[in-house]
Design a protein around this ligand. Structure first.
Ligand code: DC
Length: 219
């Protein structure tokens, strides 16, 4: 069983995907972490993330693994655990830029599908229901008001020790969203058969309860 969860930043995808995976005892696949790992490598090699040919040229030198231990997921790049370095504003911005490079998307496609073969998976991203797992048994597309999304992302950043003005978070998120929605390859978009959930006024537990009801009907 594959459960696909797509949507823009700040809708609560990661929180609910983790909770849902844990309640169903499925693997949690955070595909954004894979794009972030490529972005991390681009930044650490001093490359310009918008230079598509330089980014594509780096890919053959990368070996990317996701390790699943109990409920924790670690991302290893060329053997180094970089999990804790993937959620900075710099990596977020670069991830959105490198994710528009077709070679990066093509390179990450088999990585994601291989993880999908490990068993039942809750996979979260932007193109899971449309591109990575178009035959997923259950698909969700999460949405929320822009102000609610910016506040959520801002709280996460502050909790992680980044001093960021809310206006800056709002502007960065809007930039990232419009890039993710307008890119030529696999843009952020709901699959035709996705269940839409507006999370603006729901707690994570309420969203998960709704998802469980949909999944249960398929089991
Ligand atoms: O979900 P996230 O914020 O960790 O994702 C980081 C970036 O990666 C996001 O701006 C768009 C990109 N991404 C993507 O293009 N496709 C995915 N399936 C997941 C993430």
């Amino acid at each position: 069983m594959i459960v696909a969860i797509d949507g823009p930043a700040g809708v609560g995808k990661s929180t609910v995907a983790k909770l849902l995976a844990s309640r169903l005892k499925y693997l949690y696949l955070d595909t954004g972490a894979l794009y972030r790992a490529v972005a991390w490598a681009v930044l650490h090699n001093g490359l310009d993330s918008s230079d598509a040919s330089a980014v594509a040229g780096l890919l053959p030198k990368l070996s990317l693994q996701m390790e699943f231990k109990n409920e924790a997921v670690a991302v290893r790049l060329n053997g180094k655990d970089i999990t804790d370095e993937l959620r900075t504003p710099a990596v977020s911005a670069a991830a959105s830029v490198v994710s528009a490079v077709p070679a990066v998307r093509a390179w990450l496609l088999p990585v994601q599908r291989q993880i999908g073969q490990k068993g039942s998976v809750v996979a979260e991203g932007r193109d899971i229901g449309t591109k990575v797992f178009p035959a997923a048994e259950v698909k969700f597309f999460l949405e929320a008001d822009a102000t609610v999304r910016a506040e959520r992302r801002h709280r996460e950043l502050v909790a992680a020790g980044h001093s960021h003005a809310i206006e800056q978070t709002t502007a960065e998120m809007a930039g990232r969203d419009s890039r993710d929605r307008s890119r030529a390859v696999a843009p952020l978009a709901p699959a035709e058969d996705a269940h839409h959930i507006d999370t603006s006024r729901l707690s994570a537990a309420e969203v998960v309860d709704r998802m469980i009801a949909v999944v249960a009907a398929k089991l």
